[in-house]
Design a binder for this molecule. Structure first.
Ligand SMILES: Nc1c(NC[C@H](O)[C@H](O)[C@H](O)CO)[nH]c(=O)[nH]c1=O
Ligand SMILES: CC(=O)[C@@H](O)COP(=O)(O)O
Length: 139
C-alpha cells in the first residue's frame, strides 16, 4: 500500500468534487491510502506538491483542478504553467498524475470531471500509481 496526496485547486466546487470522487475511487480500488489538501488555484499546485514531497510523507501525488478560458491571456498562463511545473517535478522522479482540466467552457469540464463519463480525476490517479510502480521497479 502506498500513500498519495491529492492536491486540489478548488476554483469550481462542484466540478472539483467530481474530480476528487474519481481520484479517490481509483486510489482506493488499487489499495492505496490518500489525503487531500486544497490550494487557491492551479498555479499553486506544483509548489504545493514540491513542499509536500520535502516532508517525505507521501509516495505519490494527484493534481486536480479546473481551468476555464476567460477573456484574457491568463488562461494560457494558468493552464500552461501549472502543467509545466508538474512536468518539471515529474522529471525529477516525483510520481504525479495531472488531473487539471484546461477547457473552453463548463460543459467541457463537466464531461471530463464526471467519473461516469471521462473520469479525468480517476485517470490522473491511475497515472500517478503507474509512475510510482515504474519508479519502484527501476529503483
Ligand atoms: N482562472 C483560474 C485560476 N486562476 C487563479 C490562479 O490559479 C492562481 O491561483 C492566481 O493567479 C494566484 O496566483 N485558477 C484555477 O485553478 N482555475 C481557473 O479557471
Ligand atoms: C483561466 C483564468 O485565469 C480565467 O478564468 C480568468 O478569466 P479572465 O481571463 O476573463 O480574467
Amino acid at each position: 500500500m502506498a500513500k498519495f496526496l491529492i492536491v486540489e485547486a478548488r476554483f469550481y466546487g462542484g466540478l472539483n468534487d467530481m474530480l476528487l470522487s474519481g481520484a479517490r475511487a481509483a486510489l482506493k480500488a488499487a489499495g492505496h491510502e490518500s489525503e487531500t489538501i486544497t490550494v487557491p488555484g492551479a498555479l499553486e499546485i506544483p509548489a504545493a506538491v514540491a513542499l509536500a514531497d520535502q516532508s517525505g510523507m507521501y509516495d505519490g501525488y494527484v493534481a486536480l483542478g479546473v481551468v476555464i478560458r476567460g477573456e484574457t491571456y491568463h488562461f494560457e498562463i494558468v493552464a500552461g504553467e501549472s502543467a509545466r511545473g508538474l512536468m518539471a517535478l515529474s522529471m525529477d522522479g516525483i510520481a504525479i498524475g495531472n488531473g487539471i482540466l484546461t477547457v473552453e467552457d463548463e460543459a467541457q469540464a463537466l464531461v471530463r470531471a464526471d467519473p461516469a463519463q471521462k473520469d479525468k480525476g480517476g485517470e490522473a490517479a491511475k497515472a500517478a500509481i503507474a509512475m510510482l510502480e515504474l519508479r519502484t521497479r527501476l529503483a
